[in-house]
Design a protein around this ligand. Structure first.
Ligand code: FSX
Ligand code: SF4
Ligand code: F3S
Length: 322
């Protein structure tokens, strides 16, 4: 069984058990997220109490130029399950991928969410095309540039979800025909400086943890490219289980080699872990696996400019002398 079908099966099992959104699930969610944001799991009840004293904040989740992999990643979040986030912690009042409304009723849902007298937070996934006034990226006949300026401009806070929203991402790769830029760059004239949850896709725990941190402890400390240090404070290389082989000068000669399977370092096969800040080795994706453990090199997917500077898709991956 593939890991995605195993996760789907887990979710189905959970639905059949009718166990979602129970008090037990909520407390478990709080304990896991407490750990993710740097507290001991025993602080779960403290997180729960902090969340329970607040009305669930409204979140508007917008899609720009991207592949929807960020949403796909978060919809598959397991331990903590995403349904607890959506049903108990926040009120996801607009998200094109998961809402039933389409067409005019979707537009109406957005306007209604924006009219909420208590305000809302905005998450944007994807980059923003800016060429020709933004004409190359549109939603419902309005440019993403105009729409996101309207929505994010009124928001209480903005999270850029994924590397595309954080730094431009794949559609900003040379020659960047749509002049796609990050949320921070496109919306800087409005004074908007988002929290960047980078990764292509980002780890769902980094988004969930940031949302809960904002609601319970306020703004997390950010690094110099706008990412919460809690999740992006060390490099993939720092915590990599293949690191002892790097230190011993033991490098796998090919992906299919015995040495690669035995855990030798993938640096000479293009691994960009030493230049990449992310928590993949410790958080893993759904506590299941992550690229380097699966035998693939880190391509630096959480770094600004990775698509042109770090990713080895388009050239000889054996970088001699690195
Ligand atoms: Fe895709 Fe998100 Fe990459 Fe980008 O992820 S997984 S291209 S970061 O905006 O949907
Ligand atoms: Fe570092 Fe990559 Fe080698 Fe791991 S596989 S030790 S991240 S260079
Ligand atoms: Fe991305 Fe590297 Fe982690 S490619 S998912 S930052 S191992």
């Amino acid at each position: 069984m593939s890991s995605s079908s195993r996760i789907s099966a887990k979710l189905l099992e959970r639905q059949l058990e009718g166990g979602h959104m129970s008090r037990r699930d909520f407390m478990k969610f709080c304990a896991i997220v407490a750990t993710a944001i740097g507290m001991d799991a025993s602080f779960g009840p403290t997180v729960a109490a902090a969340l329970e004293t607040k009305k669930r904040p409204s979140v508007i989740y917008m899609h720009g130029a991207e592949c929807t992999g960020c949403t796909e990643a978060i919809l598959r979040a397991v331990d903590p399950y995403v349904d607890v986030l959506i049903m108990e912690v926040i009120s996801m009042d607009y998200c094109e991928t998961i809402m039933a409304a389409a067409g005019h009723s979707a537009n109406e849902a957005l306007e209604k969410a924006m009219a909420n007298p208590e305000g809302y937070y905005c998450t944007i996934e994807g980059a923003i095309p800016t060429r020709d006034g933004g004409l190359w990226g549109q939603v419902g006949g309005e440019t993403m540039l105009s729409l996101f300026s309207r929505v994010a401009g009124k928001a209480k806070g903005v999270i850029a979800m994924g590397t595309c929203a954080s730094y431009g991402g794949i559609q900003a790769a040379a020659p960047n025909p749509s002049h796609a830029v990050s949320v921070g760059e496109a919306l800087a004239p409005l004074g908007i400086s988002p929290i960047n949850i980078s990764g292509c896709p980002p780890n769902p725990i980094n988004y969930i943890g940031t949302v809960v941190h904002l609601l319970t402890k306020g703004m997390p400390e950010l690094d110099d490219v706008g990412r919460p240090k809690l999740f992006f404070g060390s490099t993939v290389h720092d915590k990599c289980p293949r690191r002892k082989h790097f230190d011993a000068g033991e490098f796998a000669p090919s992906f299919e080699s015995k040495q690669a399977r035995e855990g030798w370092c993938l640096h000479l096969l293009g691994c960009r872990g030493p230049y990449t800040y992310n928590n993949c080795p410790t958080a893993q994706f759904n506590q299941t696996n992550w690229p380097v453990r699966a035998g693939a090199p880190c391509i630096g997917c959480s770094e600004p400019g990775f698509w042109d500077l770090l990713a080895p898709f388009n050239r000889d991956v054996r970088m001699k002398g690195e």
